[in-house]
Design a protein around this ligand. Structure first.
Ligand code: C2E
Ligand code: MN
Length: 402
């Protein structure tokens, strides 16, 4: 099937134009052999390339381009299918936008078209092309340094801090994972993540519970989390816990019990954030809202977790009043190289800014993901890049430095 792939990239500073011309000439021979055509635009700093051809050949060429050290900040904008080629001339000439008069440059690009039909802007690929030529989105072409620009190091005195689990007989444990602001070198919050007594992950703990005691156990486990936070001497540090929405609804006096647990552990409600996952069903929204009102009235903050995982989504913002939102890892993963994910993150950032909602990116594993998100305007992060959860304790944070 004929497929189309569009990407844009930055050219590295130290590559002379002559080398680019040679690089293109060489690439063209390969493209011709693989039946891949298209157009390559260059504005002096950025490339924009539209590749058209058999899917496997297009993807193979793109993967090779991605590994080429002469480009960087490569972002895939579109991967789609089409009935015919838009730019079907054999090979792929380098089209230098600077060599054309500004007012005529778009037409000059379109004149390269070979489609039997007139090229029109009903076509997404051509709209991408126009946006690049007109440079209307240039402020989002972030220059991200290479990952080895940063060195990650723990504070000298910081070793993971652990304590024995509060009650050896308890049916659950907690691992703590910091949410950090790396440039401010500050821990924003500690998230308590439930574990089985053997240390297995949250999903195993929750899956191992009988259905009739799921909500009770979920709520009860939070007493352990608060008690551990006390033993870990978190002081005034903010503490994030996770709860199924229905644990608030189905367990009698859930809010009172939470508040008592908080106070009994020497914590204050103002330092607690309760997160609900976008993935969890809120089957009784009115009862849930009533419980949230009580929590808010006591000073507890509301967080929405897994935002963007594609289940409940944007309507949660209209319906409840979250103080914080965590963007799901499915959107964060490789955000630095995906146009669609970047667009989603930009939209979430704008939305949260309008509503004064704090925003955290979760599941950050790669330096480039973190750098792209910082450039886009996010400043708090959670993920293995900075610290993995530590069972019965608070892990040391790896802070970036250069
Ligand atoms: P969550 O609240 O989004 O917690 C983050 C999860 O992502 C944790 O998994 C954590 O270990 C993992 N994680 C953190 N950084 C990274 C990273 O860089 N890469 C990857 N791949 N994963 C990362 P965990 O502990 O298995 O928890 C899974 C989910 O279980 C939590 O997601 C939360 O929704 C739920 N959960 C955890 N504790 C509780 C609890 O006490 N009650 C309820 N109802 N749910 C809980
Ligand atoms: Mn969470």
């Amino acid at each position: 099937m004929l497929s189309t792939l569009i990407y844009r990239s930055h050219i590295c500073d130290d590559v002379p134009l002559k080398e680019i011309e040679e690089m293109v000439a060489l690439a063209n021979k390969k493209n011709e052999r693989c039946d891949v055509t298209g157009i390559l635009l260059f504005n002096g700093t950025h490339f924009f390339q539209l590749l058209e051809g058999p899917e496997s050949a297009v993807v193979a060429i793109y993967n090779r381009i991605y590994e080429d050290r002469r480009h960087h900040n490569i972002v895939e904008l579109m991967r789609d299918y089409a009935p015919e080629r838009r730019f079907g001339n054999s090979g792929m000439e380098l089209f230098d936008l600077r060599e054309h008069e500004r007012a005529r440059v778009l037409q000059a690009v379109l004149d390269k078209g070979t489609s039997a039909y007139q090229l029109t802007y009903d076509d997404r690929a051509l709209r991408f092309l126009r946006t690049f030529v007109e440079a209307t989105e240039k402020e989002t072409y972030y220059e991200i340094p290479r990952p080895d620009y940063w060195l990650f190091a723990h504070d000298d005195d910081a070793r993971g801090k652990t304590v024995a689990a509060t009650h050896p007989s308890a049916d659950c444990r907690f691992a703590f994972q910091p949410v950090v602001d790396p440039f401010a070198r500050r821990i924003i919050s500690l998230e308590a993540l439930i574990r089985t007594p053997e240390g297995a992950l949250a999903e195993h703990y929750l899956a191992g519970l009988p259905a009739d005691s799921l909500y009770e156990a979920d709520l009860n486990s939070k007493m352990q989390a608060f008690a551990m936070a006390k033993r870990l001497a978190i002081g005034e540090q903010s503490l994030t816990i996770n709860l199924l929405p229905m644990s608030l609804v189905m367990v009698p006096d859930a809010v009172e019990r939470l508040l008592r647990g908080i106070v009994d552990s020497g914590l204050v409600p103002q330092q607690i954030i309760i997160e609900f996952s976008e993935k969890d069903v809120i089957s009784r929204p009115d009862a849930f809202s009533a419980a949230i009102r009580q929590l808010k009235a006591a000073g507890i903050s509301l967080g929405i977790d897994d935002f963007g995982a594609g289940v409940a989504g944007l309507q949660l913002l209209a319906r409840f009043q979250p103080d914080r939102i965590k963007i799901n890892r499915s959107i964060i993963n490789d955000v630095h190289r995906s146009g669609p994910r970047q667009a989603i993150v930009h939209a979430i950032i704008r939305c949260c800014a309008s509503l004064e909602i704090g925003l955290t990116a979760s599941g950050v594993e790669k330096t480039e993901e973190w750098m792209w998100l910082e450039a886009a305007g996010i400043s708090t992060f959670q993920g293995f890049l900075f610290a993995a959860p530590l069972l019965n304790g608070i892990p040391a944070v790896a802070w970036p430095d250069n």
